[in-house]
Design a binder for this molecule. Structure first.
Ligand SMILES: Cc1cc2nc3c(=O)[nH]c(=O)nc-3n(C[C@H](O)[C@H](O)[C@H](O)COP(=O)(O)OP(=O)(O)OC[C@H]3O[C@@H](n4cnc5c(N)ncnc54)[C@H](O)[C@@H]3O)c2cc1C
Length: 384
């Protein structure tokens, strides 16, 4: 089905991203798997090509794109390459900048945004803790005022499963500043590499997305000046809730783009691979599987396209973003499972993209709010 949300300008931008992927990412997959991260020189090159600053105002080195369709093009092209690139670049360039752009002071924006646009400052966001991620309001990391009258804050606690956690130079940390106020006692802070007591933990050993850097973060009496507080005291939880729809629509776009790319590759495989003297795709059973898959992908894509347009117009509701996020993760998982099956034994071999994609996709039903939490939000909205 022809898509209607992109103009020639978006497609030109897509061509730039594709060229970047061909030149800089595809030749270095093995290296990224080995490193469990995207090498810094690739970040810097992405910065040079203007791929990290869409949401960053021009005065701070970004593109001031203000049209979420460009972000969606970027998310699709990262995901066509692989899910790990979509996650790492997505957190840095799609999820984190709005926090600083919307909540930061002029001084904070001038300090951090230019480096984020060039890739010199890699950014992460630390919400989830070892004790839980779904119940964000119950987070335990604390920030208390230093008792020396400096106005500084002392942060203690830890975060886990943090994308870009090992490499990050900057992390947006959600911490409890008032134990008596529940969600209204949470404040955001920018913690910077090199601050005493801030430790980027080991790169976690994951089931999939071998190329992505996912780590724990530790904060032991980290002294953070008040000038690193992002937004007003006690407004951290609301700030996260307001920005989660962008994270969720970005994740949803990646999910379907990722599954669609592997679908295309599997279709080509099924036209070539023979059994019983004929191409495996031509068996009626498999033909029907392909018909089901493309229908699921395109029907979901149509919903997502509407969400992207709504978000570009600042009209996407958190509930519609939740629907997009859980449904796309479900479709992605079903499609990729079929793609593995259609590859037979090769579908279980890491050297085949379908195998890796299937492993890589498992997390999308878990992160950015689990599918259960998405359904909880949608159910509540129905008055239940
Ligand atoms: C690879 C990866 C990257 C990630 N990147 C980041 C990141 O960059 N920053 C960040 O902050 N976090 C990140 N996360 C964390 C992710 O967002 C959390 O894992 C997720 O929110 C779930 O939290 P949890 O793991 O603590 O599970 P829990 O909250 O312990 O949930 C366990 C199970 O209980 C279910 N559950 C919980 N509450 C309910 C309920 N009310 N009703 C029904 N079921 C419920 C959940 O759905 C889940 O199935 C990442 C995770 C992974 C795996």
């Amino acid at each position: 089905m022809p898509r209607r949300l992109y103009s020639e300008e978006h497609e030109d931008f897509r061509a730039t991203v594709r060229e970047f992927v061909e030149r800089n990412l595809k030749p270095r997959v093995e290296e990224m798997i080995e490193l469990k991260s995207i090498p810094r020189d690739i970040w810097l090159e992405a910065g040079k090509q203007g791929l990290l600053g869409l949401d960053i105002p021009e005065e701070f080195g970004g593109a001031s794109a203000e049209d979420y369709r460009f972000n969606a093009v970027l998310a699709e092209e990262w995901a066509h390459f692989n899910a790990a690139a979509a996650a790492c670049f997505g957190i840095h360039a799609d999820v984190c900048p709005p926090y600083i752009v919307d909540l930061g002071t002029q001084e904070q924006k001038a300090r951090w945004l230019p480096g984020m646009a060039t890739g010199e400052l890699i950014c992460a966001i630390g919400m989830t803790e070892p004790s839980g991620g779904s119940d964000l309001a119950a987070l335990k990391t604390t920030a208390v005022r230093a008792d020396d009258g400096s106005g500084d804050w002392i942060i203690n606690g830890s975060k886990t499963f943090i994308t870009n956690g090992y490499q990050c130079d900057l992390v947006i940390v959600a911490a409890r500043t008032d134990a008596s106020k529940g969600p209204k006692g949470i404040t955001l802070f920018m913690v910077e590499r090199g601050m005493e007591g801030f430790v980027n933990g080991r790169k976690l050993d994951k089931v999939g997305q071998d190329e992505s850097d996912t780590a724990e973060l530790f904060f032991e009496n980290v002294r953070v000046p008040d000038t690193n507080r992002l937004g007003p005291e006690g407004m951290g939880f609301i700030a996260m809730m307001q920005r989660l729809p962008q994270e969720r629509i970005g994740a949803a776009v990646s999910n379907i783009a990722h599954a669609k790319q592997i679908f295309i590759e599997t279709l080509a495989y099924a036209k070539e691979r023979k059994a019983f003297g004929q191409a495996i795709g031509t068996f009626q059973y498999n033909k029907f599987k392909f018909a089901e898959m493309i229908t699921k992908l395109e029907v979901t894509e149509a919903y997502l396209d509407d969400c992207v347009v709504a978000h570009a117009e600042r009209k996407l509701s958190p509930i519609d973003a939740a629907k997009a996020k859980w449904w796309s993760a479900q479709v992605q998982s079903e499609v990729l499972d079929e793609c593995v099956q259609l590859h037979g034994g090769y579908g279980f071999m890491n050297e085949y993209r379908a195998a890796r994609a299937w492993r890589d996709a498992r997390v999308t039903k878990i992160w950015a709010g689990t599918n259960e939490i998405m359904k909880e939000l949608i159910g509540r909205d129905l008055g239940l």
